[in-house]
Design a protein around this ligand. Sequence first.
Ligand code: PAF
Length: 278
Amino acid sequence: MEVVRTITELREHVRNWREKDESVGLVPTMGGLHAGHLSLVEHSRRHANRTITTLFVNPSQFAPHEDFATYPRKEQADHDILAAAGNDLLFAPNVSEIYPDGHSTRVDIQGLSQILEGEFRPNFFTGVATVVTKLLLQALPDVAVFGEKDYQQLCVIKTMARDLDIPVQIIGAKTIREEDGLAMSSRNQYLSVEERKIAPVLYQVMAQVAQNVRGGEQPASQRTWAEAELTKAGFGAVDYVAVRDAQTLDPVRDASRPARVLAAAYIGRTRLIDNVAV
Ligand code: PAF
């Protein structure tokens, strides 16, 4: 598996594949790869002849107080995992390749990026949408795969690709969980042994909320119950537990349309997010 660091080299590979009529899949990541990322690569390989995984810890999606400096960076380990998984090309650009001096364009999705995660991380989705737009335009893949683990991010990216007429199919891949239900995430490695024991309660509580709403409970009543359960288990601040329309992420009153439970909460200094279908 080759590693390239420049947009020119990336495009050269894509051009060579296109000349042979091969289709291309893109898997954008920030590295710290785990089984969840590998399932994205598998999805891409099922949908396209060639798969490019990108590895770029994108500074523009981190707020100054967040974990940009300490985010897991393990390029050699990520490289070996991807090579074994049959990934064709690793695009690992430097910050200056993506954001050269003078870079001043931002992609901003109104509405959808200001709710839920957007309320607590105000510049996050602008950073994500900007870098994903750039990666899509750099590689021009047929498909691009993102995890449902970051469900709102997936909705934002689908909206962005549609609104900007980027000719790509955005595919959502199911969340991969540990045996005890904890959603796999690069940030799970921040958890202490004690915190790791508590962490799966987030999924258990959300699954119960989904079941309650399916059984006819009002979504609005569930937040208080869920927050109390999380606090009892040892969680700190609960940013949100919300039941939303699965497509628009608007609030819902019942389970008559496909809906999603979404939540974000802290254990110690680590912020976990997760979501489950109602
Ligand atoms: O989900 C992620 O890892 C990142 O937000 C993404 C999509 C690679 C953009 O930096």
